[in-house]
Design a protein around this ligand. Sequence first.
Ligand code: ADP
Length: 587
Amino acid sequence: MGKKQNFDHMKLIRQYAGGHTKLITLGRIIAAISAIIVLVPYYDLWKIISIAANNEDTARISHYAWSAVILTVLSLLVYIGALFCTHIAAFRVQANMRSSLMRRIITLPLGVFDEDGTGKIRRIVNDSTAATETFIAHQIPDKAVAAVTPIGLLVLIFAFNWKIGLLCMIPAVIGFACMMTMMGKGMQEKMKEYQNALDVMSSEATEYVRGIPVVKTFGQTVHSFKRFKDAIDGFGKWTTDYTLILRWPMTAFMTCINAIFAFIVIAAFVFSKDTVTTGLILNIMYYIIVTPLITVALTKVAYSGEAEMTLIDALSRVESIMEIEPLSDNKEGKAPADHSVELKDVTYRYKDATRDAVSGVSLKIAPGEHVALVGPSGSGKTTIAELMVRFFDVTSGEILIGGVNVKDIPSAELMKKVSFVFQDSRLIKKSILENVRMAKPDASEAEVLDALKKAQCMDIIEKLPNGIHTVIGEKGTYLSGGEQQRITIARAVLKDAPILILDEATAFADPDNEVKVQAAFEELSKGKTLIMIAHRLSTVMKADRIYVCDDGKCVESGTHGQLMEKNGLYKRMFDEYSRSIEWKVGA
Ligand code: ADP
């Protein structure tokens, strides 16, 4: 997913906020007013000190004291009012963002939701929108405060004694310069890396936890932990490097903004010369009270800069989803005339890839034919199968189902015509009944049970505590890869689509599962047009036709017998396969 960094993030926020933009502006103005009000008590304090020192009318002290208390409380209340406005706007922006994302995600090509993609999308929908919400709710009023406070402070500092004021400003200006070095373009880049490292660590952690049952069964503790550990180490290294980059500017910044006191002491020393007047002491006391405000203001500016970088990163992630081209859906399109599948000179290149994954492939499958796609790993078999159901749209060429271009078939109609069972078909955290019923929401329990029977799932159901009502993934109910695949086959049986795309599993933990999956596939594919991605050549011998893929091209086709006679890639693969079987049997 490509990321645009140079966009107007406030414009984007306004778009999501719609009518609530006014509340953001109002929140800003109110927060700025509270920042001005909060400075007035400092003037009151100065007055109190000066009245006390000069033994003037002490009755006025209580007047200034009350003014200080009331204004402090008032500024707090006004600030809460600002937060109120920005929080309402923030929740609205978050809700709008999430619903826009969900609306867009539904229209995206299925290929976007690969293993890597789903974790990223989940994080964007949850975390990036939450980061935006936090920014609007808290940082926007804080930024208004951070913008107004320095102006008020300058007035407070210079109005009373410009010389001391100037001295106080020296470390503040140096501190500000240090802060700016921490916020350049390079730092924005770092923030992106930080989020990416977090992404990797969180997806590895999820994978690790999800894999624990398998890990325990196969005793692979060290191996499976390694990827998770690598992700943690990667994150640790990144954090250390980042900290080292910030070491000097951050130290200088903190030193400067906290050194203002030291400068006041110097000021006292320089200006006192030999005579210490009450006025000078008062001035110094005043500055001792006021200058911590500079520290607070600069720290706020520094943190709001960091929050802004997080916001830009979050928004660019949200935009990376909104920018993905949705899959066109021709609702008025045509229905396929029959159950044939044809590829005409199909080429496909993955986004950002340097070469075609599928290049110039043509094949024709008649209704009811059973064909197999074979070839070395990475030869393009899965991509060809995925293109048939529009996981992606072809880069060039045409895919026809029942004589109609898949792009012209309404997507609901296409999904009715084609079922696919891929190796990583996922089950959701619901009961087996609901998982299977997803294929046909109005199916009766008896129909679901029949589908499960045909998909050879009865042994799985029998060992579960609540039969088909058992929720998968709850209370330690986990199914092995083969068992999960059989449940997804039951889904396809229930759907009963006339065209089937099957991805044979590459590896099974136990032979019993393998036999059952094969039997389930056989039952499922009866009377259907079948396209099977085959990994074991023993299963393709019965196919009406075998297509041999190599390097994205279809290099041979024919029955097993014809291909063996051809003495080409298929024969070489088959001989090698036979040897490996013999080797396994012999071993
Ligand atoms: P097979 O199923 O025969 O193993 P694939 O169709 O999975 O082959 O892959 C064909 C080529 O496309 C390979 O070079 C693979 O690296 C590449 N490829 C597969 N999926 C993606 C993807 N999501 N993004 C980029 N390249 C991919």
